[in-house]
Ligand binder design. Structure first.
Ligand SMILES: Cc1ncc(COP(=O)(O)O)c(C=O)c1O
Length: 377
């Protein structure tokens, strides 16, 4: 079956007793045990909840994965993934990584006995010269906020040969556009707050993988760290996933039109999007179904980014991405404020950089809004 069908039907199972055609919301925090010494699947909701399990099965189906886990936030999923490493391990992160992930590495790794290095380009990384303690790679492709593309297949081969676990944060793409497990990565994490939710009203995370041993450990961590997604949010997230493909098709088409518009505009110095550079475009086309709906750009010298933001009517000035409404954000002071000014400069995150998350509004209205704000800037 194709993605759009799987997104609606999942594994085809819903509440049998009443014949519901949508998932039932199981709010109970604890479940009756049959007898002393006899146990059933659901004992206590932190370990297992039927609504969450239904969502997790649905996530596994659309990803084509053996296992999926739903968490209370993207950071909870990322925290769980980092707990798979042990003291003494080093993890490589791309230098354009979400600021919250960087904050985790820079503030918490040392206390866990972990260390990290930032890598500017995994496509050209020389694996023969890596320190012997590198046990993990954490990658976002396209990266955040500069939309740099990494060849996942090539990186996965190298990582496997070096016994290094490859984790891909696939938030910007979703399983609809890109399936990193099929490309050889070991673990995929999501901020499901973004495209999976799609309506800026659920905070959630997901982790998907195929390896049985790691899956057992993730289940233990989810129950022990106590970070699973609650039943109401699980229900709502599953409902949102049903429209993922339709939303993303529209968002990607709108984003492509915005990219063309900005690239031709005299007040725009540079646009960042995976279709612009020939080599990145080739890799992106080979490993995904589309270019996504997030783009960044820099205004020409002398233009005022604050004025541009103020004059937008449809684009709300807010962090986050992936929802039906369009947003504008300023990475240097918002999503990437946890980077020092020096690090931001090194990673190419200029103070004048603006990031757009494109929604599903009418494209004519979006371009008109951008034109008015650019005129004012
Ligand atoms: C790429 C990426 N990964 C992870 C996260 C963290 O997710 P959450 O906000 O759901 O904890 C975000 C949040 O913005 C993100 O953009």
């Amino acid at each position: 079956m194709k993605f759009s069908t799987l997104a609606i039907h999942g594994d085809g199972k819903t509440e049998e007793r009443a014949g519901d055609i949508v998932q039932a919301v199981h709010l109970a925090t604890t479940y009756k045990q049959p007898k002393l010494g006899e146990f059933q699947e659901n004992v206590y909701t932190r370990g297992s909840n039927p609504t969450r399990l239904a969502l997790e099965k649905h996530l596994a189906v659309i990803e084509g994965a053996r296992y999926a886990f739903a968490f209370s936030s993207g950071m909870a999923a990322i925290d769980t993934a980092f707990h798979l490493f042990k003291s003494g391990d080093r993890i490589l992160l791309n230098d354009n990584v979400y600021g919250g992930t960087f904050r985790y590495a820079s503030k918490l790794f040392a206390g866990m006995g972990l260390s990290y290095d930032l890598v500017d380009d995994f496509n050209t990384l020389d694996f023969d010269r890596l320190p012997g303690d590198v046990r993990g790679i954490f990658l976002e492709t396209p990266s955040n906020p500069l939309l740099k593309v990494t060849d996942i297949r090539r990186l996965a081969e190298k990582a496997r040969a070096g016994n290094i676990t490859l984790i891909v944060d696939n938030t910007f793409m979703s399983a609809y556009l890109q399936k990193p497990l099929d490309l050889g990565s070991d673990i995929v994490v999501y901020s499901a707050t973004k495209y999976y939710s799609g309506h800026s009203d659920i905070l959630a995370g997901a982790l998907v993988l195929n390896d049985e041993e790691n899956a057992a450990r993730v289940k233990l961590l989810q129950n022990t760290l106590g970070n699973p997604l609650g039943p109401q949010d699980s229900y709502q997230l599953e409902r949102s996933i049903k429209t993922l493909a339709v939303r993303m098709d529209r968002q990607c088409a709108n984003a492509a039109a915005v990219v063309d518009f900005l690239r031709a505009h005299p007040k725009v110095k540079r646009v960042f999007y995976p279709s612009i550079d020939d080599e990145e475009r080739r890799v992106q086309e080979a490993q995904s179904r589309g270019f996504g709906a997030v783009l960044s750009f820099i205004l020409r010298d002398g233009c005022d980014p604050a004025r541009f933001i103020d004059d937008l009517l449809l684009f709300d000035f807010a962090v986050s991405l992936g929802s039906v409404e369009s947003l504008v954000c300023h990475p240097a002071s918002q999503t990437h404020e946890s980077f020092s000014a020096e690090l931001r400069k090194k990673a190419g995150i200029e103070d004048g950089l603006l990031r757009l998350s494109i929604g599903i509004e009418d494209i004519g209205d979006l371009l008109e809004d951008l034109e008015r704000a650019l005129k004012a800037a």
